[in-house]
Structures are given as C-alpha cells and as structure tokens.
Design a protein around this ligand. Structure first.
Ligand code: OGA
Ligand code: MN
Length: 208
C-alpha cells in the first residue's frame, strides 16, 4: 500500500467521531469554496428547482409540514458545476481517507442542498428514519451569509447521552461550519429559523 499522508483536519473529524459520535469543524472547506457553493445554491433555488422535502412514506403534506419545512435539491455528481466538482473532490478525498485509515467501507454517498424558509424547522429525528440503514455518517455544511447571527435561530440541536442522562448541544449554522455525526446513533433537530437558512447535507453510506 502506498504511503498515506496524515491529514490533521480529517484526523480531527475522526477523533471527534470516535470520542463523541460527532464533530464540528469550521474550515473543512475554504471560504472561497463555501461562497461558490452558496452562489450555486442560490442560482438553482431562484430557478425554482427545489422541492418540498418528504419524509418516509408519509403522504400527508400537513403531517410532513409539521415535521420538516425545508426545500431540497439533490446534487448530481455527473452534472456538477465547478463549485460542486470542488465540493465532491474534497468529499471523495475524505471518504478515501476514512476507508483507508478506519476501514469504514463507504461505497456510496448522497447530498442535497436545503433551504429552510423563515418559520420552518425539522423536528427531532434520526437520519435512518427513511429506513435506510446504509447511512453511516451525516454531513451538514452551512451556506448562510457571513453575517449570520445567533438570534436568527435554526440551531442544529444534537442529543447526547451523558452517563444515562440526556443533554443537547446547539450548533449555530455559521457560514462554512461543517458538522459530521453518526447517522444511526444521534437524534437531532433543526430549531425554528427566523431567517432563511441555507445548507448542503448528505450521507456517506456503507453496503449495510
Ligand atoms: C437533515 C438534518 C440538519 C441541519 O437534513 O436530516 O437533520 O442542521 N439537517 O440542517
Ligand atoms: Mn437529520
């Protein structure tokens, strides 16, 4: 096997996952990469290509709306824009690293953009909700404006078990911030947003 250069950033994510099942990193993607992705999202959103998110087999729109209110657009790696190509290049490099250093066996991924209009939220859930046990790691990167303020809400609350008692940590969706967590282990929610909230979200999957 050829030498694998140790990547301190990736190691930070792996350490976080091993110690607490999640990790928050603010500079996984460069500011230029984040802004380019944000601009791509905005162009596609204005082209009306996003659709109301769905959950499970739930057909009833009203019930869906009471659980999550975001609009999403799945990314297509084969038809990627330059910004999306750069995004996938880094994700693929990270996946190779995880597979080679941690034998994670990730062989598939899926990502979507998400826009939460003012007043929307995503109630507490587990990402294996959609009956997809192949989802191993959840990744969210926030594409908000650089002057996002904590009072705009939209925190990602992650529920953790601390010696049998529950505790939640709140992550503010600051521009460029990335959160990685164990899809099958950590329940989480998106608190109501008071200002349109943009992100790219995805899952790294195994054979199951
Ligand atoms: C999801 C989700 C979290 C976030 O899309 O499943 O939990 O912070 N997103 O946007
Ligand atoms: Mn989720």
């Amino acid at each position: 096997m050829d030498d694998l250069q140790v990547n301190p950033l990736y190691e930070q994510v792996i350490d976080g996952l091993m110690e607490q099942n999640y990790c928050i990193v603010d500079h996984f993607f460069s500011k230029e990469e984040v802004i380019a992705l944000r601009e791509t999202l905005i162009v596609k959103y204005e082209e009306d290509r996003f659709r109301k998110s769905a959950i499970g087999n739930q057909a009833n729109e009203q019930i869906v709306g009471a659980i999550r209110g975001d609009f999403i657009l799945w990314l297509d790696e084969s038809g990627a824009t330059t910004a999306e190509e750069d995004f996938f290049a880094k994700i693929n490099d990270f996946v190779n690293y995880l597979n080679r250093t941690c034998y994670m066996g990730i062989n598939e991924k899926e990502f979507h953009y998400a826009v939460y209009p003012e007043g929307t939220f995503y109630k507490r859930h587990l990402d294996t909700f959609q009956n997809d046990s192949r989802r191993k790691l959840s990744i969210v990167c926030y594409l908000n404006d650089e002057d996002w303020q904590p009072e705009y809400g939209g925190e990602l609350s992650i529920y953790l078990d601390e010696n049998g008692s529950e505790k939640a940590i709140d992550v503010h969706p600051m521009q460029g911030r990335m959160v990685v967590f164990e899809s099958q282990l950590l329940e989480h929610e998106v608190k109501p947003v008071k200002k349109e909230r943009l992100s790219i979200t995805g899952w790294l999957k195994t054979r199951g």
